[in-house]
Design a protein around this ligand. Structure first.
Ligand SMILES: [Zn+2]
Length: 280
């Protein structure tokens, strides 16, 4: 794929500038330790390249502001940037997801021998037993809950940074449907019984290998019984209360561009006022 443009990716970060994800032309591509075919963008082949030079940071010495930016920071930066922002995020999320998988799965899960990338980088093959190993995606559910007064549940998980509040979420367990996972997580973490589950969309979340599946649902009885080990604080809020909590800096919302934020904005109805409240 010597003719392809490249997304440069390393350790969950991609080369980007103020304009978004940088597509490096073939003449400027750095030598790579791994190359994965990402597909076509605007009629041109694109690969993800993990640079051999661990200090690689673009070809222009910072002119134009090129640098390696963590995907977590790129998502809010490119959110709301229209089609170009969305295209860049798709490339970045795919590049991070697939190269993280390679980094975390160097060996055959059956015999333990080292495996080698093949099929454009979408398979790792074991030479010893000829088994093919494929990238995995772990489904997780996230659910925006409302009570009979249309208040939203906001929770703080023990492993989140201080003041971060969002919806309840959790991994889907083996043998479980997505819907069952929602019912179980909400029951376990908050002691609530949900009804009227509605699917709202999904988002790749390669930290390291998830897809977040978003729902909204309601509860008849808002009485909370928290699993203190996982959820240290939770509260039902009105739109006005949420705006005040955010502008006072007592609550930090999920980043723009995340499905958690989208669920929040759908309930709230005025995304712009939430962004204003974040400015204090
Ligand atoms: Zn093997």
């Amino acid at each position: 794929m010597d003719h392809a443009d490249a997304v440069i990716v390393r350790d969950g970060a991609v080369l980007a500038s103020g304009d978004g994800v940088v597509l490096v032309p073939p003449s400027a591509r750095p030598e790579g330790t791994l190359e994965v075919y990402l597909g076509q963008d605007d009629g041109r082949d694109v690969v993800a390249v993990v640079p051999a030079d661990a200090t690689f940071a673009g070809g222009d010495d910072g002119v134009g502001g090129e640098r390696m930016i963590a995907l977590r920071d790129l998502i809010p930066a490119l959110a709301g940037r229209g089609v170009d922002g969305a295209r860049g995020l798709e490339l970045a999320a795919t590049a991070v997801a697939i190269t993280t998988w390679h980094a975390n799965h160097p060996r055959c899960a059956v015999c333990g021998d080292p495996t080698e990338p093949t099929m454009g980088g979408w398979v790792r093959r074991c030479a010893r037993d000829q088994r093919d190993h494929y990238p995995r995606t772990d489904p997780a559910v996230i659910v925006a809950l409302t009570d009979p007064d249309d208040r939203l549940l906001l929770a703080h998980a023990s492993y989140w940074s201080s003041r971060r509040f969002s919806h309840l979420a959790g991994y889907v367990e083996p043998g479980e449907s997505l819907e069952q996972a929602v019912h179980r997580e909400v029951r376990e973490e908050a002691g609530l019984t949900v009804r009227d589950l509605v699917y709202e969309g999904s988002q790749p979340w390669p930290f390291p290998a998830s897809i977040m599946v978003g729902y909204r649902a309601s509860v008849d009885d808002p009485t909370l019984t928290l699993d203190d080990a996982e959820i240290t604080e939770a509260m039902w809020v009105t739109r006005e209360e949420l705006g005040a909590l955010v502008s006072e800096g007592r609550v930090i919302l999920a980043p723009r561009g995340s499905i958690a934020r989208r669920l929040l904005e759908q309930w709230h109805g005025d995304a712009a006022s939430l962004s204003r409240a974040e400015l204090g």
